[in-house]
Design a protein around this ligand. Sequence first.
Ligand SMILES: Cc1cc2nc3c(=O)[nH]c(=O)nc-3n(C[C@H](O)[C@H](O)[C@H](O)COP(=O)(O)OP(=O)(O)OC[C@H]3O[C@@H](n4cnc5c(N)ncnc54)[C@H](O)[C@@H]3O)c2cc1C
Length: 394
Amino acid sequence: MMFHKDYDIAVCGGGIAGVAAAVAAARRGCRTVLIEKTIQPGGLAANGLVLVYLPLCDGRGNQLLYGLPEELMRLSNKYGPCRLDENWREKNGRMQVNFSPAACVLALDEVLEESGVTVWLDTVITGVRLEDRRLKAVEVFNKSGFGVIEAACFIDATGDADVTFLSGNACRNSANAMVLWALEHRGAPGKDDIPQDEYAEGVIPVAGSICAAMRADPLKKIFSDGPLSGELVTRFTLEGRRRYRRDLARLGAAKTSRFPVALPAQVPLRRTRAISGRATVTDADEGKELPLTVTKLGDWRAAGRVWEIPYPALLPDNVEGLLAAGRCISAVDSAWEAVRVIPVAAKTGEVAGIAAALSVRQGLTPGALPFARLAKELQTITPPAALPRACKEI
Ligand SMILES: Cc1cc2nc3c(=O)[nH]c(=O)nc-3n(C[C@H](O)[C@H](O)[C@H](O)COP(=O)(O)OP(=O)(O)OC[C@H]3O[C@@H](n4cnc5c(N)ncnc54)[C@H](O)[C@@H]3O)c2cc1C
């Protein structure tokens, strides 16, 4: 090993969940490192070009997510062109906004810097070191060579549960339909559209001539349903780009007014690998109040549908010293679909960062942290009307 570092908290993966986790922990006085394998924070929201910050509300005018989900939503456009419509309640009942991925990266860099997070970019986690069942260190590789990062507590925000998987904890996989997002220049939006014979297409205007074009299999045919693997990521990515080439080739002369500006640099798989946790959010939990719940959330697919996430869904069932955050928390089926989006990733990141900071301060593992202590902290962020009953009753 060529280098060795030591922190209070190591956040693994710098997507929206990882950024929220690192900021929450650092703001609570912990020496916090964020380890990210690419050179920019944001994960799918940056490198995946996903640019719709889905709602913080229940679709019926009630905001449910407060704290970092809202702060990051507003920051996503600090250097960008779109604005949250402050009259969202009256207009359409959805508190959501589009953003430019590049502008979002600049703002995320800034909030990490201002919060005092140490950021390690271009650093990939390649292994773990466990003592008994407790995670003590992660092994990394970057331009300095191989290194070891020790911490009192770790947060797996890799989106794919890489740290949990490498630790030997059980994980779950999910099926995925083919999808490709690209940023396109469109000189005359709508005029030069490709005939839709093979792929359903959604076009999301960002600003001016820039749009996000989404092409997905209209029949939502399953492309992958095996375990996440290097082979799957490569095959999925190449097939998406192959289909895009085929569409673009049909443009002919229109290609001067419509062409790709950026392609995803992270595979656009929505649900890849999630931890098997000490609790799991399942379809039967929809609309229910659950014990040890840390947040409520609306369902981006249907107004009025509400879910809760229990704290143990962030805890791998067989490893200590580790929390999960973001789209790899313990959830299945339709429940996983509800929790895997940007605002919820920000919330579970924030909760994981707070829980890690409280645990480290008390010399406990996150699994041994009294729920009452966490709930008390969450009460300072969320107004009573949006707090889950489990947090209010403390
Ligand atoms: C096609 C598609 C469309 C979507 N549409 C929307 C939408 O419209 N609105 C919405 O809100 N959500 C949408 N989502 C979902 C949303 O974008 C993601 O679920 C969310 O951004 C996940 O955030 P995350 O931080 O949990 O994970 P990720 O964004 O995946 O971040 C994980 C980070 O960890 C890093 N990492 C991974 N492994 C390692 C490692 N071994 N070492 C170091 N770093 C590592 C990655 O580089 C990445 O930066 C969409 C997703 C897809 C794929």
